[in-house]
Design a protein around this ligand. Structure first.
Ligand code: PMP
Length: 448
């Protein structure tokens, strides 16, 4: 009875993110987590194959992280970042060690916050340099950069936006490379260079003196696991430099080992002007985000002139307990070599999934580090995106067998046909084998 009433109370009082309850579905009320597994209020256990999008990279139930938060709250629970505190200083130093010592660390709470900060810094930076008309932010379709008005404006997914317009002005989008759907008769490298060229053309057509920054993830995660060829990202950086445009790299999902490097941009030979990071900082245990800003950009904010202040205050940003948890989280990642594990487990996963390619409705399987996407199609030749029903059934069947996976894709075109897999980086080999075995069973049962 008590358990039933929990569902009822939730239904009556909690407005959930994205979707309200449908008549048929009852909410999953999660009570506990350990490693890669979560348990709901009815005692059902699931492997959380989606946790990577929330970046619970070190897995659930880490005593050490709870302890770090407890100790810090007891000692000093709150200090605004107009002042400073020891965990914030230590964490900034640690991040700089990971980023090769080139950045100043600005703290906020969420990925959306961190991107908003980056946009404001980009605009003010150009103004201070006398470039008073550089305000436009260029991003890609299919990318997700957050839910607050600026970050939503940078997001390139129509379904998330169209009921909330008008959004912030000065945000532009171009298409990202989608190597699975590239035109025939052109190499992946040529196609990626062409896509980078489209960014340059947009900058020129918009009048380059109006463009403040380009923002992009190292790979588009939430929009369908779109992994670019390195020439793309490196060419985009050259284009930005050529036209005086700042390059912001959104590491909110890719940062902290997800792609098999400490940061996703380290797959490429680039030095971003700003780097935003969030949930992976604390493995999502507590809210914290960072906008890392190149020191030479920071220099132009440093004079004592009142008009050079960066006017942005965030009450909870850089919360001491969150910073203490982030430090401990990074320590765990290093101690357990989770970046290397990301590569090993990712290879194990992709090898295990390889045989699914033979199913008529599997168009593509791709991944890097421990994030993978399975693109479901109706027809391998035409690449018609998998129907909502087909994708929904595969996800529901996985859940029935104890595996939670997600879906994403191209909401601009209105389809969500890419199954997404991103279990914790602390997963065991057996966890990965469980994911593979569930997917093999579910795919074979849905052979038609
Ligand atoms: N950028 C990316 C790439 C994200 O995936 C997200 C969150 N899913 C955000 C930004 C926004 O982060 P938050 O939800 O913490 O505001």
């Amino acid at each position: 009875l008590q358990k039933q009433s929990l569902v009822e109370k939730d239904r009556q009082n909690v407005w959930h993110h994205i979707s309200p309850y449908s008549k048929e579905s009852s909410p999953m009320i999660v009570e506990e987590g350990k490693g890669s597994w979560i348990t709901d209020h009815e005692g059902n256990r699931y492997l959380d194959g989606m946790s990577g999008l929330w970046c619970v990279n070190v897995g659930y139930g880490r005593e050490e992280l709870a302890q770090a938060a407890y100790e810090q709250v007891k000692k000093m629970a709150y200090t605004p970042m107009t002042q400073s505190h020891v965990p914030a200083i230590q964490l900034a130093e640690k991040l700089n060690e990971m980023l090769d010592d080139e950045y100043m660390i600005f703290y906020s709470n969420s990925g959306s916050d961190a991107n908003e900060v980056a946009f404001k810094i980009a605009r003010q930076y150009h103004q201070q340099n006398g470039d008073t008309n550089r305000y436009k932010i260029l991003s890609r379709y299919r990318a997700y950069h957050g839910s607050s008005m600026g970050a939503l404006s940078a997001t390139g997914q129509a379904l998330r936006k169209y009921k909330y317009e008008p959004l912030s002005s000065g945000f532009l989008h171009v298409a990202p490379p989608d190597n699975y759907r590239k035109p025939e008769g052109i190499s992946v490298e040529q196609y990626n260079l062409q896509k980078a060229k489209e960014i340059e053309e947009t900058i020129i057509w918009e009048q380059k003196e109006t463009i403040a920054a380009v923002i992009m993830e190292p790979l588009i995660t939430g929009g369908g696991v779109l992994i670019p060829d390195p020439v793309y990202v490196e060419e985009v950086e050259r284009i930005c430099k050529r036209h005086g445009v700042l390059l912001i790299i959104d590491e909110v999902i890719c940062g902290f080992g997800r792609t098999g490097k400490s940061f996703g941009h380290k797959h490429f030979n680039i030095k971003p002007d700003m780097i935003t990071m969030a949930k992976g900082l604390t493995s999502a245990y507590l809210p914290l985000s960072v906008t890392a800003v190149r020191k030479d950009i920071y220099e132009s904010f440093k004079s004592n002139e009142d008009n050079s202040h960066f006017r942005h205050v965030n009450t909870f940003g850089g919360n001491p307990a969150a910073c203490a948890v982030a430090l401990k989280n990074i320590e765990i990642m290093e101690r357990e070599n989770l970046v290397d594990r990301s590569v090993e487990l990712g290879e194990r996963l992709l090898n295990g999934l390889d045989e699914l390619k033979d199913y008529g409705y599997v168009g593509d399987i791709r991944g890097v580090g421990l994030i993978a996407g399975i693109e479901i199609v109706e027809d391998k030749l035409t690449k018609e995106p998998g129907s909502k029903e087909r994708v929904g059934k595969l996800i529901a069947d996985c859940k029935d067998r104890g595996l939670i996976i997600g879906k994403n894709g191209d909401t601009v075109a209105g389809y969500n046909n890419i199954l997404t897999l991103s279990p914790p980086l602390s997963s065991t080999d057996e966890d990965i084998d469980f994911i593979i075995s569930v997917l093999r069973k579910v795919f074979s049962e849905n052979e038609a």
